[in-house]
Design a protein. Structure first.
Length: 586
């Protein structure tokens, strides 16, 4: 049962006594976050820039320091000796043994980019929803599919729907390469470079072809680096989108993530995101915020709808020792991540916190799109994208969350709230629904094109070398017209810029237990949970209700007075008997 305001009068005094004991121990050591930046040693990976070069080979997969053991030496297979002229030829060779692999892949969200929304049952997914990073996929697929498990026709304007593609268009190597040499060429619809490609055209810069046979002969189970090829680089660069997923997790120290630490448990992604038939559990469209009815162990087929939760390994009462009762009580209403991920973007790679498209379009003295970088070399302004605000060691926002997420699909009518902000996705949850916990989240703030007459966010054409591609000509009118046409939507011909938000769950970068939040970081004025309502948090002034305290003090005072009066009467009667003539005590 949620511990809400209506239970506060009865529970307040007992809880204060227990809290005092917990805080006495917790505050006997320095606060865990007195120096957040010091939580990562100087040797942690540092990112040169957060933004991906849109003309560079797409998503190089770094080689993991230790390969995954396998029962087969693929270099000995005659089917993989090559030469291969395309990625599809490699896939055909793979399917000669792994006969069902492509069919399995084509049934997953990794292929379809579509998912059924939990509550509304609408179809959402990368193909459908708006976002406040690169905004929308329609008309940009030749670039976006550099992060898709497929090959396709690289000719501009001839995008073929995923549902109509042959099995040989499935890209096996992007997930299974163990050499670190596999790349996808930009603007090539997910294809690797098999010939020398000038990029951008006319620049004199070239992407060299890769040896597909060599890569095909060295495949294995996916590593963090394989998954990170796309998931670390979502939104346009390393660490840009999620905040808790970036290249620092390829070989992280224990201080960054206790589960993925290279010198510790060394979890791969699929350790928690258990797979079966190429179906990878877990999705930010389907989240399990508060599992009820028992938790199956990690990897169980019963869990295939969602990734393993913390309870899968740690149970419902994870804390031990003298403070266990009080700490375990918190898990009823607070997600484990809230205390155990004190900040995100802690590995030396910044994440985008704000992206303002209204500032885009400036050119430098040389006539090229303007680029401004901060003292660390991270872009804070790009003429083709606008102005950014970056963050490292970011304290999350916190919200009640029950696992339900409502996304805005392209073309939906919207109304900005009283602050003029459009929420592209909304997290469901409250203190009283019995399904929610307090979760840490990243709130991404954007400013992006909006149709003031038709009241909808606008799809835009970013990528390409045609006259309408904003990254090429920086013409909003042409970019929006092309984007909306490809999306099959009308627009008024007018555009303004509107503020937007998206919310992202924080669930990676779990810190060591001695770096978890201290009591005072929540149980204080202006603490971590200051904006959380519907729950009683000792230590917050706004939870103090003077009439309750007056009654409590009055009851305590009356109790004390009663004890004193009772004791006084007993003492008086004892003395009276003692002094009575003829008494034995006289």
């Amino acid at each position: 049962m949620p511990f809400t305001h209506r239970f506060a009068p009865a529970a307040r005094f007992g809880f204060w006594l227990r809290l005092a004991a917990v805080c006495a121990v917790a505050t006997s050591a320095p606060l865990a976050l007195a120096n957040p930046a010091a939580s990562i040693p100087p040797s942690a990976p540092q990112s040169a820039i957060a933004e991906v070069d849109i003309h560079s080979p797409y998503r190089v997969v770094p080689k993991m320091p230790t390969g995954t053991k396998t029962t087969a030496d693929h270099s000995k297979f005659k089917e993989l000796q090559g030469p291969f002229k395309s990625g599809s030829e490699v896939t055909a060779a793979c399917l000669s043994c792994h006969t069902e692999a492509a069919k399995q892949i084509k049934g997953t969200i990794h292929w379809k980019w579509e998912e059924v929304e939990q509550d509304s049952k609408r179809i959402v997914g990368k193909n459908k929803v708006m976002n406040n990073f690169c905004v929308s996929t329609p008309s940009n697929q030749q670039f976006c599919t550099g992060c898709h498990v497929s090959y396709g026709d690289a000719k501009s304007g001839e995008f073929v729907a995923f549902s109509k593609r042959p099995d040989t268009d499935v890209d096996c190597l992007v997930c299974h390469d163990q050499t670190g040499k596999y790349v996808k060429a930009p603007y090539q619809s997910g294809n690797p470079p098999t010939t020398r490609i000038e990029m951008p055209p006319g620049s004199g810069k070239f992407i060299e072809p890769i040896d597909l046979a060599l890569i095909a002969q060295h495949v294995g189970a996916p590593s963090r680096a394989n998954c990170g090829t796309c998931h670390f680089n979502g939104g346009g660069g390393d660490g840009v989108k999620h905040g808790d997923l970036d290249s620092s997790l390829i070989n992280p120290p224990k201080s960054l993530d206790v589960h993925m630490a290279k010198d510790g448990l060394n979890f791969q992604c699929q350790t928690c995101h258990a797979t079966g038939g190429h179906e990878v559990s877990g999705s930010h469209y389907k989240l399990d915020a508060k599992h009820e009815g028992g938790q199956y162990v990690r990897g169980s087929q019963h869990n295939m709808g969602s990734a393993a939760s913390c309870q899968s390994c740690h149970g419902d009462t994870p804390h031990k020792g003298s403070l266990a009762q009080d700490l375990n009580m918190h898990t009823r209403n607070i997600a484990c991540q809230t205390c155990h991920i004190p900040e995100f973007a802690r590995g030396g790679v910044p994440t985008k916190m704000e992206w303002d498209y209204s500032k885009a379009g400036q050119r430098g003295p040389d006539g090229k799109p303007l680029v401004i970088k901060d003292e660390h070399g991270h872009p804070t302004y790009l003429g083709i994208k606008g102005q950014f605000k970056l963050g490292e060691n970011v304290v999350p926002d916190y919200t009640w969350f029950n696992g339900a997420v409502k996304w805005m699909n392209i073309g939906e009518n919207v109304t900005p709230n009283k602050d003029g902000v459009v929420a592209i996705n909304q997290y469901g949850g409250s203190a009283t629904d019995g399904k929610s916990r307090i979760w840490p989240v990243k709130t991404m703030k954007g400013t992006q094109p909006y149709d003031p007459e038709m009241h909808r966010l606008l799809a835009i054409h970013n990528a390409g070398f045609d006259d309408a591609a904003y990254w090429h000509t920086m013409d909003w009118q042409k970019s929006i017209a092309a984007g909306m046409k490809e999306a099959g939507l009308e627009w008024s011909g007018k555009y303004e810029f509107v503020k937007t938000t998206t919310t992202w769950p924080i669930t990676h970068m779990v810190a060591p237990k001695d770096k978890a939040l201290s009591c005072a970081q929540c149980h204080s004025n202006n603490g971590r949970l200051e904006k959380i309502d519907g729950i009683y948090i000792p230590g917050r002034d706004k939870d103090h209700q003077s009439w309750i305290e007056t009654i409590g003090l009055g009851v305590a005072g009356l109790s004390l007075a009663g004890v004193m009066v009772h004791g006084g009467i007993r003492s008086f009667l004892w003395l009276r008997r003692r002094n009575k003539p003829g008494s034995k005590s006289h």
